[in-house]
Design a protein around this ligand. Structure first.
Ligand code: 13P
Ligand code: SF4
Length: 370
């Protein structure tokens, strides 16, 4: 176990003592044994940002869209253990069959971006938007949001999107209404609308929930088509235009590819942008000897570098950019979760209440059929 793991485990008051000091070898043996004992009753899903020592146990790995679809197909598994973050486990529970149990090995694995859209603030904003734009707005939320926000969107005729289907979802949304209220990531909304739908910045505005006002208004309100919630990802916010300039100055041959959760300026300067699975595909298809700086979570970038030794791959930033919350899921927590299932008393079960589940499923199902 690394020093960081030991520290995080020490800080986690709930993790039973027995798992805190277990050697890597014992953890591995017991995880394998638990997986074997649970057999087809268990499926482990892992997001691409998950650490290597955990993702090795995933039956399926993928980006948010792939995992939502894969989770929904696992009708025979009694237990879905989600090595991702809280909103992903909520989505899995929303799409799960009756009787299935979804488990997040460490409940501290939240998402700072999802936490930036509070349901009461969203409802207040919606009232202002109805007054300002009447019935011309449809809400769309990035799946990186709580089940309550997804339910809100479902109730108001809208849908969800991920970074790999944002363009198709926005195309659909603009066929329904003149304007889109996009939650909670302003960057994914702005980047997709500008780059893939050709909507100019003059037709976008940012909604600041803290002071209840529009910001970054560049044209008349009447011409606004995208209303962007003022949320962002604390990991992708760390990539800057200066980093792109510095890389290009050092190595003009280097290609820069970033996730669309990065800021508008970074995405505009980059050679390419896309979801985690898109970035993986581009790197897989790149010729040997090509050189890449990647602007996304560090675990994925390091894994790509290891898997493609014939290509030069580095993180766009010189400082590490881990998704600290997702990284809280480590082997001791995974083992604790698996053994709790075997003992007949599963821990950290994620259960969305029935009313919220109904409406967030409406939103997710709309996305899955777009
Ligand atoms: P994707 O999995 O859609 O690429 O999103 C990245 C992310 O931030 C997950 O939270
Ligand atoms: Fe949330 Fe950002 Fe982590 Fe994704 S990378 S889970 S958006 S904090």
């Amino acid at each position: 176990m690394s020093m960081m793991d030991t520290m995080l485990n020490y800080l986690d008051q709930d993790l039973p003592e027995v798992y805190r000091s277990m050697s890597g070898r014992e953890l591995d043996e017991r995880i394998q044994k638990a997986k074997k004992a649970l057999g087809d009753d268990l499926v482990i899903l892992g997001h691409h940002y998950q650490r290597d020592d955990v993702i090795q146990y995933a039956d399926y790995r993928g980006d948010s869209l792939q995992l939502a679809k894969t989770g929904a197909k696992q009708k025979n598994a009694k237990y879905i253990v989600f090595c991702g973050v809280h909103f992903m486990a909520e989505t899995a529970d929303t799409l799960a069959a009756p009787g299935q149990t979804v488990i997040l090995p460490d409940l501290r694995a939240g998402c700072s971006m999802a936490d930036m859209a509070d349901i009461e603030e969203v409802e207040e904003a919606w009232d202002v938007l109805q007054e300002t734009f009447q019935d011309t707005v449809i809400p769309v939320t990035y799946v990186n949001s709580t089940a309550a926000i997804k339910a809100f969107v479902g109730k108001h005729g809208g849908t969800t999107c991920t970074s790999s289907n944002a363009k198709q979802v926005l195309d659909w949304a603009f066929r329904q209404k003149k304007r889109v209220f996009f939650l909670p990531d302003q960057h994914l909304g702005r980047n997709t609308a500008y780059d893939q739908l050709g909507i100019p910045l003059e037709e976008m505005v940012v909604w600041n929930p803290k002071d209840g006002k529009f910001e970054e208004q560049r044209g008349p309100l009447d011409s606004v088509r995208m209303i962007l919630w003022k949320g962002y990802c604390s990991v992708h916010q760390k990539f800057t235009p200066e980093q792109v300039h510095r890389i290009r100055k050092r190595d003009p041959e280097m290609k820069v590819i970033v996730h669309p959760e990065c800021s508008f300026d970074v995405v505009q300067l980059a050679d390419d942008s896309g979801s985690t699975s898109y970035i993986i595909k581009v790197i897989e298809e790149a010729p040997a000897g090509s050189r890449w700086a990647i602007g996304t979570e560090v675990n994925l970038v390091q894994r790509l570098a290891q898997e493609h030794p014939d290509k030069h791959i580095e993180l766009l930033s010189t400082t590490m950019c881990p998704c600290l919350t997702m990284n809280r899921i480590d082997r001791p927590h995974l083992l604790w979760a698996l053994e709790s299932i075997l003992e007949g008393n599963p821990i950290h079960v994620i259960k969305v209440d029935e009313e919220t589940k109904h409406w967030s499923k409406v939103a997710l199902d709309r996305m899955l059929t777009v």
